[in-house]
Design a protein around this ligand. Sequence first.
Ligand code: NIG
Ligand code: FE
Length: 438
Amino acid sequence: MDSMLIYNIGHLITPQTSGQKGLAGAAMQKIQVLADAAVLVENGIITRIGDSSTMKSLVFVAESLTEHFEYTSSTQTKPPIVQMLDAQGMVALPGFVDSHTHTVFGGHRANEFAMRSAGKTYQEIAASGGGILSTMNATRAASAEELYTIASKRLHDMLRHGTTTVEIKSGYGLNTASELKMLEVVAELQRSHPMTIIPTFLGAHAFPPEFQGDVHNRNRYIDIIINEMLPTVKERGLAQFCDIFCEQNYFSLEQTERILNAALELGFKLKLHADQLSSSGASELGVRLGAVSVDHLECTTESGVQAIASSTTIATALPGASLFLNHPYPPVRRLIDAGATVALATDFNPGSSMTYSMPMMMTLACTQMQITPEEALTAATLNGATALELAYERGSLEVGKQADMLLCDIPDWRFCAYHFGTNPISMIIKNGKVVSTV
Ligand code: NIG
Ligand code: FE
């Protein structure tokens, strides 16, 4: 047995699950704060949480008994010694769960960033050939090895910022071979990287140049998604979620429903980029189809808020995209007050949100969306895990869950949102192992 006692934790902060679900509405505020805590981890799983000095002395007694026992009975195999990790009074938080990213892509779009700073909008840049299609060109041109190398570096940086679980979407290939190439890269990252990585198929991110133009031509791309991409992705086990960009000039409500129904029939779980640039009813559609999450929601109306709040679909806010594009923020205060389960994610991508920082998302949630630090923490951990259907094993520091834990050298846990633009993480523990020290 591989055991570790993390003791001398100044404050242990965690949301607490009711069963295996995320926390909705007012419950998002109720986080647990334990002073002078210790966590016992056995084979990567949290088996006990308690008072630091009590747990330290229990281990001490257990170890001296072990020695005595060994002395008297040499035929027994030696029980393991518990590895001790002194947290030196630091704050312990659950690892962040970034449930919406586009981490695998070729090239960058610093030029578009500069164009926006000079007054151009995201939509104008996309209409003149930039945007998603510019990254599609760079991603198609890159080899799987090149994409793997750069994405692996990005994941390393993400982990340093405290993200221990991440979702990664395809969606910059936009033909069967390149979409599969992206998902194969994600599969390779899953095998080689300590983070928990959840892949999502996003073939319906934009219409590629080959299928632009009239409805007839566009429908041919949708046929390829339905008849070729989805079945192959399923057959090769390359993604468990199917996502879509439901938006004017991208996929209409009707096209979205057609693709998502085909995905459902094949057994995919659903996510939607909903109501980002305009209000289309995508949130309501997502709820009706039983989507696990509807993401973005910058333009979601009161009817969308009510639909989400009366369902189990998670509302995922991506405030990095609002900041970066100077767009409105989603109505997250309304959503929580109406009883919705809200998650926070970075939307890391080269066009609309070039950041790895979940602490920064918490800052934006608190300063731009009237969310409390407690709600922001729940959204960035447990509710993100719920948006990836992982709440049964991740997203909070509780007995029975995997030990994905951050140790932060800060005087008060709220510094992780309050002291913005900094990285509060000193040590990262993933599945009970120290994986990176910043
Ligand atoms: O989530 N909105 C669609 N997709 C991304 C942006 C992708 C891009 O600009 O490359 C988003 O914001
Ligand atoms: Fe996105």
